[in-house]
Design a protein around this ligand. Structure first.
Ligand code: ATP
Ligand code: MG
Length: 434
Protein backbone atom coordinates (compact mmCIF):
# COMPACT_ATOMS: atom_id res chain seq x y z
CA UNK A 1 0.00 0.00 0.00
CA UNK A 2 2.81 2.37 0.86
CA UNK A 3 4.81 3.62 -2.08
CA UNK A 4 6.56 6.58 -0.49
CA UNK A 5 10.20 6.81 -1.48
CA UNK A 6 12.27 6.27 1.62
CA UNK A 7 15.94 6.48 2.30
CA UNK A 8 17.95 3.83 4.13
CA UNK A 9 18.62 4.85 7.72
CA UNK A 10 21.96 6.65 7.40
CA UNK A 11 22.71 6.79 11.10
CA UNK A 12 23.89 3.18 11.17
CA UNK A 13 20.60 2.07 12.73
CA UNK A 14 19.48 -1.44 11.80
CA UNK A 15 15.77 -2.26 11.68
CA UNK A 16 15.16 -5.69 13.24
CA UNK A 17 12.48 -7.77 11.53
CA UNK A 18 10.52 -10.90 12.39
CA UNK A 19 8.77 -12.83 9.60
CA UNK A 20 5.57 -14.74 10.31
CA UNK A 21 4.15 -16.82 7.46
CA UNK A 22 3.07 -20.45 7.28
CA UNK A 23 4.58 -20.89 3.78
CA UNK A 24 8.35 -21.52 4.01
CA UNK A 25 9.00 -20.21 0.45
CA UNK A 26 7.38 -16.85 1.24
CA UNK A 27 9.56 -16.50 4.34
CA UNK A 28 12.65 -17.40 2.29
CA UNK A 29 11.77 -14.95 -0.51
CA UNK A 30 11.26 -12.05 1.86
CA UNK A 31 14.43 -12.96 3.72
CA UNK A 32 16.38 -12.90 0.45
CA UNK A 33 14.94 -9.55 -0.53
CA UNK A 34 15.83 -8.07 2.86
CA UNK A 35 19.38 -9.43 2.69
CA UNK A 36 20.16 -6.71 0.11
CA UNK A 37 19.43 -3.88 2.53
CA UNK A 38 22.15 -2.93 4.98
CA UNK A 39 19.73 -1.20 7.37
CA UNK A 40 17.42 -4.23 7.74
CA UNK A 41 18.04 -7.48 9.57
CA UNK A 42 15.79 -10.53 9.83
CA UNK A 43 16.17 -11.66 13.44
CA UNK A 44 13.67 -14.52 13.36
CA UNK A 45 11.02 -16.40 11.40
CA UNK A 46 7.89 -18.19 12.55
CA UNK A 47 5.59 -20.58 10.71
CA UNK A 48 2.46 -20.08 12.85
CA UNK A 49 0.64 -17.19 14.51
CA UNK A 50 1.22 -18.68 17.94
CA UNK A 51 4.94 -19.09 17.34
CA UNK A 52 4.97 -15.51 15.99
CA UNK A 53 3.51 -14.16 19.23
CA UNK A 54 6.08 -16.09 21.32
CA UNK A 55 9.01 -14.92 19.19
CA UNK A 56 7.74 -11.33 19.20
CA UNK A 57 7.78 -11.34 23.01
CA UNK A 58 11.24 -12.89 23.09
CA UNK A 59 12.95 -10.88 20.34
CA UNK A 60 11.02 -7.58 20.55
CA UNK A 61 11.81 -6.74 16.92
CA UNK A 62 11.17 -3.28 15.45
CA UNK A 63 8.95 -4.71 12.71
CA UNK A 64 6.93 -7.89 12.16
CA UNK A 65 5.83 -8.88 8.69
CA UNK A 66 2.77 -10.99 9.30
CA UNK A 67 0.69 -13.13 6.98
CA UNK A 68 -3.03 -12.70 7.50
CA UNK A 69 -4.13 -16.27 6.69
CA UNK A 70 -2.51 -18.91 8.83
CA UNK A 71 -3.94 -22.22 10.00
CA UNK A 72 -3.64 -22.15 13.81
CA UNK A 73 -4.04 -18.50 14.73
CA UNK A 74 -4.65 -15.95 12.01
CA UNK A 75 -2.54 -12.81 11.57
CA UNK A 76 -5.22 -10.51 12.94
CA UNK A 77 -5.51 -12.40 16.22
CA UNK A 78 -1.71 -12.66 16.50
CA UNK A 79 -1.40 -8.91 15.84
CA UNK A 80 -3.92 -8.10 18.55
CA UNK A 81 -1.88 -10.14 21.04
CA UNK A 82 1.44 -8.68 19.89
CA UNK A 83 0.34 -5.05 20.00
CA UNK A 84 -0.80 -5.63 23.56
CA UNK A 85 2.26 -7.56 24.72
CA UNK A 86 4.97 -5.72 22.75
CA UNK A 87 3.54 -2.26 21.95
CA UNK A 88 6.86 -0.90 20.66
CA UNK A 89 6.84 -3.43 17.79
CA UNK A 90 5.01 -2.45 14.60
CA UNK A 91 3.17 -5.08 12.57
CA UNK A 92 2.88 -4.93 8.78
CA UNK A 93 0.14 -7.24 7.54
CA UNK A 94 0.48 -9.29 4.36
CA UNK A 95 -2.32 -10.75 2.31
CA UNK A 96 -3.18 -11.93 -1.17
CA UNK A 97 -6.46 -10.05 -1.03
CA UNK A 98 -6.52 -6.30 -1.35
CA UNK A 99 -9.81 -6.14 0.48
CA UNK A 100 -10.75 -2.92 2.35
CA UNK A 101 -12.47 -5.00 5.03
CA UNK A 102 -9.23 -6.89 5.71
CA UNK A 103 -7.37 -3.61 5.85
CA UNK A 104 -9.82 -2.19 8.34
CA UNK A 105 -9.72 -5.30 10.54
CA UNK A 106 -5.94 -5.38 10.38
CA UNK A 107 -5.69 -1.69 11.28
CA UNK A 108 -8.12 -2.15 14.16
CA UNK A 109 -6.00 -5.07 15.41
CA UNK A 110 -3.10 -2.64 15.53
CA UNK A 111 -1.34 -3.29 12.19
CA UNK A 112 0.48 -0.21 10.94
CA UNK A 113 0.45 -1.00 7.23
CA UNK A 114 -0.56 -3.53 4.63
CA UNK A 115 1.30 -5.35 1.85
CA UNK A 116 -0.44 -7.21 -0.96
CA UNK A 117 1.22 -10.39 -2.27
CA UNK A 118 3.17 -10.76 -4.50
CA UNK A 119 5.30 -8.14 -2.83
CA UNK A 120 7.69 -5.98 -4.87
CA UNK A 121 11.13 -5.23 -3.46
CA UNK A 122 10.81 -1.43 -3.45
CA UNK A 123 7.35 -1.62 -1.92
CA UNK A 124 8.69 -3.89 0.83
CA UNK A 125 11.66 -1.65 1.66
CA UNK A 126 9.62 1.55 1.53
CA UNK A 127 6.85 0.17 3.72
CA UNK A 128 9.29 -1.09 6.34
CA UNK A 129 11.16 2.23 6.49
CA UNK A 130 8.00 4.34 6.52
CA UNK A 131 6.41 2.26 9.28
CA UNK A 132 9.63 2.20 11.30
CA UNK A 133 10.09 5.97 11.06
CA UNK A 134 6.47 6.55 11.99
CA UNK A 135 6.67 4.01 14.80
CA UNK A 136 9.67 5.72 16.34
CA UNK A 137 7.52 8.79 16.59
CA UNK A 138 4.53 7.04 18.15
CA UNK A 139 6.33 4.50 20.34
CA UNK A 140 5.79 5.10 24.05
CA UNK A 141 6.21 7.50 25.70
CA UNK A 142 3.85 9.34 23.35
CA UNK A 143 5.25 12.49 21.85
CA UNK A 144 3.43 15.39 20.32
CA UNK A 145 5.07 16.09 16.97
CA UNK A 146 4.43 19.76 17.10
CA UNK A 147 6.04 20.19 20.45
CA UNK A 148 9.39 18.71 19.51
CA UNK A 149 12.26 21.14 19.86
CA UNK A 150 13.90 22.15 16.63
CA UNK A 151 10.72 22.68 14.63
CA UNK A 152 10.42 26.19 13.24
CA UNK A 153 8.03 28.31 15.23
CA UNK A 154 5.25 30.62 14.11
CA UNK A 155 6.22 34.26 13.86
CA UNK A 156 3.07 35.47 15.58
CA UNK A 157 2.69 32.89 18.35
CA UNK A 158 6.11 31.37 18.78
CA UNK A 159 4.91 27.90 17.77
CA UNK A 160 3.21 26.06 14.90
CA UNK A 161 -0.58 26.21 14.68
CA UNK A 162 -2.87 23.60 16.20
CA UNK A 163 -4.03 20.84 13.90
CA UNK A 164 -7.60 19.83 14.63
CA UNK A 165 -8.81 16.78 12.78
CA UNK A 166 -12.55 16.32 12.45
CA UNK A 167 -13.27 12.63 11.86
CA UNK A 168 -16.01 10.05 11.94
CA UNK A 169 -15.80 6.35 11.14
CA UNK A 170 -19.30 6.71 9.76
CA UNK A 171 -20.13 8.66 6.61
CA UNK A 172 -22.93 11.22 6.35
CA UNK A 173 -23.05 12.17 10.05
CA UNK A 174 -22.09 15.80 9.45
CA UNK A 175 -18.28 15.74 9.63
CA UNK A 176 -17.92 18.30 6.86
CA UNK A 177 -20.68 20.51 8.26
CA UNK A 178 -18.99 20.51 11.68
CA UNK A 179 -15.49 21.03 10.23
CA UNK A 180 -16.48 24.04 8.11
CA UNK A 181 -18.34 25.65 10.98
CA UNK A 182 -15.54 24.95 13.45
CA UNK A 183 -13.01 26.57 11.12
CA UNK A 184 -15.28 29.55 10.56
CA UNK A 185 -16.04 29.90 14.29
CA UNK A 186 -12.34 29.91 15.17
CA UNK A 187 -11.72 32.94 12.95
CA UNK A 188 -11.30 35.91 15.25
CA UNK A 189 -9.35 39.09 14.84
CA UNK A 190 -5.68 38.32 14.44
CA UNK A 191 -6.28 34.54 14.34
CA UNK A 192 -5.41 32.76 11.11
CA UNK A 193 -7.37 29.65 10.22
CA UNK A 194 -6.94 27.16 7.40
CA UNK A 195 -9.51 24.53 6.48
CA UNK A 196 -8.10 21.46 4.73
CA UNK A 197 -10.40 19.13 2.83
CA UNK A 198 -8.67 15.79 3.32
CA UNK A 199 -11.61 13.72 2.06
CA UNK A 200 -9.41 12.76 -0.86
CA UNK A 201 -12.01 11.03 -3.04
CA UNK A 202 -15.26 12.83 -2.37
CA UNK A 203 -14.26 16.06 -0.69
CA UNK A 204 -17.13 18.53 -0.97
CA UNK A 205 -15.93 21.60 0.95
CA UNK A 206 -15.31 23.33 -2.39
CA UNK A 207 -18.86 22.80 -3.57
CA UNK A 208 -20.47 23.54 -0.18
CA UNK A 209 -18.60 26.87 0.08
CA UNK A 210 -18.74 27.50 -3.68
CA UNK A 211 -15.00 27.88 -4.12
CA UNK A 212 -13.93 28.11 -7.71
CA UNK A 213 -10.19 27.51 -7.41
CA UNK A 214 -8.49 25.51 -10.13
CA UNK A 215 -5.71 24.46 -7.79
CA UNK A 216 -5.94 21.74 -5.17
CA UNK A 217 -3.68 19.78 -2.85
CA UNK A 218 -2.70 17.60 -5.83
CA UNK A 219 -0.62 20.56 -7.07
CA UNK A 220 1.06 20.82 -3.68
CA UNK A 221 1.77 17.10 -3.38
CA UNK A 222 3.55 17.24 -6.74
CA UNK A 223 5.79 20.06 -5.46
CA UNK A 224 6.05 19.15 -1.79
CA UNK A 225 9.85 19.44 -1.68
CA UNK A 226 9.77 23.01 -3.04
CA UNK A 227 6.82 24.12 -0.96
CA UNK A 228 7.08 27.66 0.34
CA UNK A 229 4.59 30.26 1.52
CA UNK A 230 4.25 31.82 -1.94
CA UNK A 231 3.43 28.54 -3.66
CA UNK A 232 1.01 27.68 -0.88
CA UNK A 233 -0.79 31.03 -1.06
CA UNK A 234 -1.19 30.57 -4.83
CA UNK A 235 -2.87 27.24 -4.40
CA UNK A 236 -5.07 27.81 -1.39
CA UNK A 237 -8.62 29.09 -2.08
CA UNK A 238 -10.21 31.99 -0.16
CA UNK A 239 -13.87 32.02 0.86
CA UNK A 240 -15.78 35.33 0.87
CA UNK A 241 -15.53 35.31 4.67
CA UNK A 242 -11.72 35.29 4.42
CA UNK A 243 -11.42 31.63 5.42
CA UNK A 244 -8.53 29.91 3.60
CA UNK A 245 -9.28 26.46 2.21
CA UNK A 246 -6.94 23.82 0.83
CA UNK A 247 -9.17 21.90 -1.53
CA UNK A 248 -9.21 18.13 -2.04
CA UNK A 249 -8.44 16.61 -5.47
CA UNK A 250 -10.94 17.83 -8.05
CA UNK A 251 -11.97 14.32 -9.15
CA UNK A 252 -12.13 11.00 -7.23
CA UNK A 253 -9.58 9.32 -9.51
CA UNK A 254 -6.98 11.97 -8.55
CA UNK A 255 -7.06 10.84 -4.90
CA UNK A 256 -4.47 8.21 -5.85
CA UNK A 257 -1.94 10.95 -6.56
CA UNK A 258 -2.08 12.02 -2.91
CA UNK A 259 -2.33 8.46 -1.54
CA UNK A 260 0.69 7.37 -3.59
CA UNK A 261 2.80 9.69 -1.43
CA UNK A 262 1.45 8.79 2.01
CA UNK A 263 3.66 11.27 3.92
CA UNK A 264 3.09 14.18 1.54
CA UNK A 265 -0.05 15.62 3.12
CA UNK A 266 1.44 15.44 6.61
CA UNK A 267 4.60 17.12 5.31
CA UNK A 268 2.54 19.92 3.76
CA UNK A 269 0.72 20.50 7.05
CA UNK A 270 3.97 20.46 8.98
CA UNK A 271 5.48 23.02 6.62
CA UNK A 272 2.56 25.44 6.64
CA UNK A 273 1.60 25.07 10.31
CA UNK A 274 3.81 28.07 11.07
CA UNK A 275 1.55 30.33 9.04
CA UNK A 276 -1.70 29.52 10.83
CA UNK A 277 -3.04 29.48 14.36
CA UNK A 278 -5.49 26.68 13.62
CA UNK A 279 -5.63 24.14 10.84
CA UNK A 280 -8.96 22.31 10.75
CA UNK A 281 -8.92 19.11 8.69
CA UNK A 282 -12.10 17.59 7.27
CA UNK A 283 -11.73 13.86 6.59
CA UNK A 284 -13.47 10.87 5.05
CA UNK A 285 -14.56 7.90 7.13
CA UNK A 286 -12.13 5.65 5.25
CA UNK A 287 -8.88 5.11 7.16
CA UNK A 288 -5.95 5.59 4.79
CA UNK A 289 -2.22 6.11 5.28
CA UNK A 290 -2.32 9.90 4.77
CA UNK A 291 -5.20 10.12 7.25
CA UNK A 292 -3.34 7.97 9.80
CA UNK A 293 -0.41 10.39 9.62
CA UNK A 294 -2.63 13.43 10.11
CA UNK A 295 -4.47 11.83 13.03
CA UNK A 296 -1.13 11.15 14.61
CA UNK A 297 0.12 14.72 14.26
CA UNK A 298 -3.18 16.29 15.37
CA UNK A 299 -3.40 18.36 18.54
CA UNK A 300 -7.08 17.45 18.90
CA UNK A 301 -9.31 14.93 17.20
CA UNK A 302 -12.95 15.91 17.10
CA UNK A 303 -14.97 12.71 16.62
CA UNK A 304 -18.36 13.36 15.11
CA UNK A 305 -21.24 10.97 15.74
CA UNK A 306 -24.98 10.89 15.73
CA UNK A 307 -26.54 9.53 18.95
CA UNK A 308 -27.17 6.09 17.46
CA UNK A 309 -25.95 2.62 18.44
CA UNK A 310 -24.04 1.99 15.21
CA UNK A 311 -22.18 5.28 15.51
CA UNK A 312 -21.20 4.59 19.12
CA UNK A 313 -20.00 1.07 18.26
CA UNK A 314 -17.84 2.42 15.43
CA UNK A 315 -16.41 5.09 17.71
CA UNK A 316 -15.48 2.37 20.19
CA UNK A 317 -13.42 0.65 17.44
CA UNK A 318 -11.74 3.91 16.54
CA UNK A 319 -10.88 4.78 20.12
CA UNK A 320 -9.44 1.29 20.65
CA UNK A 321 -7.26 1.90 17.61
CA UNK A 322 -6.18 5.29 18.99
CA UNK A 323 -5.25 3.59 22.28
CA UNK A 324 -3.12 1.08 20.40
CA UNK A 325 -1.40 3.95 18.63
CA UNK A 326 -0.66 5.46 22.06
CA UNK A 327 -2.72 8.59 21.45
CA UNK A 328 -3.27 10.30 24.81
CA UNK A 329 -6.93 9.93 25.90
CA UNK A 330 -7.42 13.70 26.08
CA UNK A 331 -6.48 14.02 22.41
CA UNK A 332 -10.00 12.96 21.34
CA UNK A 333 -13.32 14.56 22.13
CA UNK A 334 -16.81 13.67 20.92
CA UNK A 335 -19.29 15.92 19.17
CA UNK A 336 -22.84 14.68 18.81
CA UNK A 337 -24.48 16.02 15.69
CA UNK A 338 -28.03 15.84 14.42
CA UNK A 339 -29.36 15.42 17.96
CA UNK A 340 -33.15 15.30 17.53
CA UNK A 341 -35.05 18.37 18.75
CA UNK A 342 -38.30 16.48 18.97
CA UNK A 343 -38.86 15.13 22.50
CA UNK A 344 -40.17 11.75 21.36
CA UNK A 345 -37.27 11.25 18.97
CA UNK A 346 -34.80 12.41 21.60
CA UNK A 347 -36.02 9.62 23.88
CA UNK A 348 -35.03 7.09 21.24
CA UNK A 349 -31.52 8.51 20.85
CA UNK A 350 -28.69 7.38 23.13
CA UNK A 351 -28.15 9.84 25.96
CA UNK A 352 -24.88 11.79 25.85
CA UNK A 353 -24.08 10.74 29.43
CA UNK A 354 -24.23 7.07 28.42
CA UNK A 355 -21.99 7.76 25.43
CA UNK A 356 -19.47 9.51 27.67
CA UNK A 357 -19.58 6.64 30.14
CA UNK A 358 -19.13 3.99 27.47
CA UNK A 359 -16.43 5.73 25.45
CA UNK A 360 -14.68 7.47 28.35
CA UNK A 361 -14.30 10.64 26.35
CA UNK A 362 -16.19 13.91 26.92
CA UNK A 363 -19.09 14.89 24.71
CA UNK A 364 -18.11 18.52 24.17
CA UNK A 365 -21.03 19.56 21.95
CA UNK A 366 -24.57 18.44 21.26
CA UNK A 367 -25.56 19.95 17.98
CA UNK A 368 -29.29 19.81 17.28
CA UNK A 369 -30.71 18.75 13.98
CA UNK A 370 -32.00 21.59 11.83
CA UNK A 371 -32.16 20.44 8.25
CA UNK A 372 -33.68 23.59 6.86
CA UNK A 373 -31.05 25.90 8.31
CA UNK A 374 -28.15 23.63 7.30
CA UNK A 375 -29.44 23.27 3.74
CA UNK A 376 -30.03 27.01 3.45
CA UNK A 377 -26.46 27.66 4.57
CA UNK A 378 -25.25 25.33 1.80
CA UNK A 379 -27.48 27.16 -0.67
CA UNK A 380 -25.90 30.43 0.42
CA UNK A 381 -22.43 28.81 0.27
CA UNK A 382 -21.54 29.78 3.84
CA UNK A 383 -20.61 27.72 6.92
CA UNK A 384 -23.66 27.14 9.16
CA UNK A 385 -22.31 29.48 11.86
CA UNK A 386 -22.12 32.32 9.35
CA UNK A 387 -25.63 31.81 8.03
CA UNK A 388 -27.40 34.54 9.94
CA UNK A 389 -26.81 37.24 12.52
CA UNK A 390 -28.94 35.61 15.22
CA UNK A 391 -26.27 33.51 16.91
CA UNK A 392 -28.70 32.13 19.46
CA UNK A 393 -30.48 29.98 16.94
CA UNK A 394 -29.75 26.23 16.95
CA UNK A 395 -27.54 24.75 15.62
CA UNK A 396 -25.53 27.99 15.11
CA UNK A 397 -25.33 28.54 18.88
CA UNK A 398 -24.02 25.04 19.64
CA UNK A 399 -21.54 25.11 16.77
CA UNK A 400 -20.13 28.44 17.99
CA UNK A 401 -19.91 27.00 21.50
CA UNK A 402 -17.87 24.15 20.06
CA UNK A 403 -15.45 26.62 18.40
CA UNK A 404 -15.17 28.54 21.67
CA UNK A 405 -14.49 25.31 23.54
CA UNK A 406 -11.72 24.32 21.13
CA UNK A 407 -10.26 27.82 21.12
CA UNK A 408 -10.23 28.16 24.90
CA UNK A 409 -8.92 24.65 25.54
CA UNK A 410 -6.04 24.86 23.09
CA UNK A 411 -5.08 28.47 23.72
CA UNK A 412 -5.51 27.89 27.49
CA UNK A 413 -3.17 24.88 27.37
CA UNK A 414 -0.65 27.02 25.53
CA UNK A 415 -0.79 29.73 28.15
CA UNK A 416 -0.39 27.19 30.93
CA UNK A 417 2.60 25.68 29.17
CA UNK A 418 4.21 29.04 28.60
CA UNK A 419 3.66 29.97 32.24
CA UNK A 420 5.18 26.74 33.53
CA UNK A 421 8.11 27.08 31.11
CA UNK A 422 8.70 30.61 32.37
CA UNK A 423 8.47 29.42 35.96
CA UNK A 424 10.96 26.65 35.22
CA UNK A 425 13.32 29.12 33.63
CA UNK A 426 13.13 31.49 36.56
CA UNK A 427 13.51 28.63 39.04
CA UNK A 428 10.25 29.65 40.69
CA UNK A 429 8.65 26.28 40.04
CA UNK A 430 11.60 24.46 41.56
CA UNK A 431 11.53 26.57 44.69
CA UNK A 432 7.84 25.89 45.15
CA UNK A 433 8.47 22.17 44.81
CA UNK A 434 10.93 22.09 47.69
N1 ATP B 1 -27.02 19.50 12.51
C1 ATP B 1 -27.57 19.13 11.37
N2 ATP B 1 -28.89 19.22 11.18
C2 ATP B 1 -29.47 18.84 10.04
N3 ATP B 1 -28.81 18.35 8.98
C3 ATP B 1 -27.49 18.24 9.08
C4 ATP B 1 -26.78 18.63 10.27
N4 ATP B 1 -25.47 18.40 10.07
C5 ATP B 1 -25.36 17.90 8.82
N5 ATP B 1 -26.56 17.80 8.23
C6 ATP B 1 -26.86 17.26 6.88
O1 ATP B 1 -26.36 15.94 6.83
C7 ATP B 1 -25.87 15.63 5.55
C8 ATP B 1 -24.45 15.14 5.66
O2 ATP B 1 -23.62 16.19 6.14
P1 ATP B 1 -22.08 16.27 5.82
O3 ATP B 1 -21.82 16.27 4.38
O4 ATP B 1 -21.54 17.35 6.65
O5 ATP B 1 -21.66 14.85 6.43
P2 ATP B 1 -20.31 14.03 6.24
O6 ATP B 1 -20.20 13.20 7.47
O7 ATP B 1 -19.19 14.94 5.95
O8 ATP B 1 -20.66 13.16 4.97
P3 ATP B 1 -19.67 12.36 3.99
O9 ATP B 1 -19.43 11.06 4.68
O10 ATP B 1 -20.47 12.25 2.75
O11 ATP B 1 -18.44 13.20 3.85
C9 ATP B 1 -25.98 16.91 4.73
O12 ATP B 1 -27.13 16.83 3.94
C10 ATP B 1 -26.14 18.00 5.77
O13 ATP B 1 -26.91 19.07 5.27
MG1 MG C 1 -17.78 14.97 4.42
Amino acid sequence: MSKAPSQPANDGEVITILLVDDIPETRENIKKMLAFEADMKVVGAAGTGREGVALAKELKPNIIIMDINMPDMDGIQATTMITEAVPATAVIMMSVQNDPDYLRRAMLAGARNFLTKPIGMEELYNTIRTVHTRNKRIAPPPVDNRRQPGLPTSASRGRPGHIIVVYSPQGGVGTTTVATSLASGLMKEGIKVLLVDADLQFGDVGSILNLQSQSTMVDLVANVDDLDTELFENIVATHDSGLKVLLSPARPELAGEVEAKPRALATILEKIADNYDFIVVDTSSHLTDPLADILEMATKIVLVATPTISCVINLRFVLDLFDKLNFPPDKSVIVLNRVPEDRQLRKLAIAPERIEQHLKRPVVARIPSNELLVLRAVQKAVPVVAFERDKNKSPIKEMLELSDYVYTTLMGEEEEETESEEKKRSGFGLRLGR
